[in-house]
Design a protein around this ligand. Structure first.
Ligand SMILES: [Zn+2]
Ligand SMILES: [Zn+2]
Length: 304
């Protein structure tokens, strides 16, 4: 008897139709918050992980309250689908009304947890004019992290996530075209934070990239560089002695990496929380001369 070893892409194709797009579930921020609390136990970055957990709880409360924002009209959605354009791209949508107030409310909620210096660092956001908040949001959305105020960026990003997650939840996967390039979110065109191998149901064993803005997830086969589509000599890195819940999938062609978070190794693993808690792996990849292709707004290098 001979056994044919299938590559991950072949296994997935052999399985027939698979969910290509996972629009965000109603409890996406709650799941993230709980995982962050779990990861904070005994972690070197415990205080920061708990701070982000509190922020994610506050995001869930804002999402539950039904923030402002309506997806484009049916004809516009159809046009986007026909031309393969992400329907919720920030450049093509008005900023949802009330997003400034969401940002200020999130800032006030987390300020209570911070030292006086930390509280003061968020004051520009609480007191800032709408125009300044809009400018910071535009820079964050355009990945212009050099000119983003580092202390306020996680809160601005968190507020945008609330509104865009709400927008994405009003869509149907059938309204969204498959992207020509798998490196950007098919719903809003943003970069992924990381990727996650999910367990259970039709998604079991499939790898999804998780959007930094709208929390949607799209399927990309494993062992394929999501940055340049290369499939040759993809390498996996992990921390020695670790549980391998998080690996870095590295591409020798474009010298970038994206993390893969494995739920089959820990069912509670979350693409955003586990990415944040594995910063040591990023340092290792930096030493190995690989650039990070994922974007995590909870921790971005910006200007103080
Ligand atoms: Zn998105
Ligand atoms: Zn590549």
């Amino acid at each position: 008897m001979t056994t044919t070893l299938l590559q991950p892409g072949q296994i997935e194709a052999a399985a027939g139709s698979i969910p290509e797009l996972r629009l965000p579930p109603a409890d996406v921020f709650l799941t993230r918050a709980r995982r962050l609390e779990q990861l904070a136990e005994g972690h070197a970055m415990a205080d920061y992980l708990r701070f982000v957990a509190r922020l994610a709880h506050a995001q869930q409360a804002c999402l539950d309250a039904g923030p402002a924002g309506e997806p484009p009209a049916a004809d516009r959605l159809e046009q986007c689908r026909e031309y393969g354009m992400p329907p919720l791209a920030p450049a093509g949508l008005p900023r949802p009304a009330g997003w400034h107030d969401t940002a200020r409310a999130l800032a006030r909620t987390v300020q209570a947890l911070l030292t006086p210096a930390g509280q003061a660092a968020l004051q520009p956001l609480v007191e800032g004019a709408d125009a300044w908040l809009d400018d910071q949001a535009t820079r964050l959305l355009e990945n212009d992290t050099e000119h983003v105020h580092a202390a306020v960026a996680p809160i601005i990003g968190a507020a945008l996530q609330v509104h865009w997650t709400h927008l994405a939840r009003q869509l149907d996967p059938a309204q969204v075209a498959r992207p020509e390039h798998p490196n950007l979110c098919p719903v809003c065109g943003s970069h992924p934070v990381s990727s996650v191998v999910r367990i259970g149901g039709a998604e079991n064993g499939l790898r999804y990239l998780h959007c930094t803005l709208c929390s949607s997830e799209w399927h990309v086969v494993r062992a394929k560089c999501s940055n340049c589509d290369n499939t040759r000599d993809i390498a996996y890195y992990h921390l020695e002695g670790g549980d391998r819940v998080v690996e870095a999938e590295a591409c020798p062609e474009c010298q970038t990496y994206l993390k893969v978070v494995h739920q089959e190794k820990d069912p509670n693993a979350d693409p955003v929380a586990d990415d944040l808690a594995s910063l040591t792996l990023d340092l290792l990849m930096d030493e190995a001369d690989h650039a990070r292709s994922g974007v995590n707004w909870y921790l971005i290098p910006g200007h103080p």
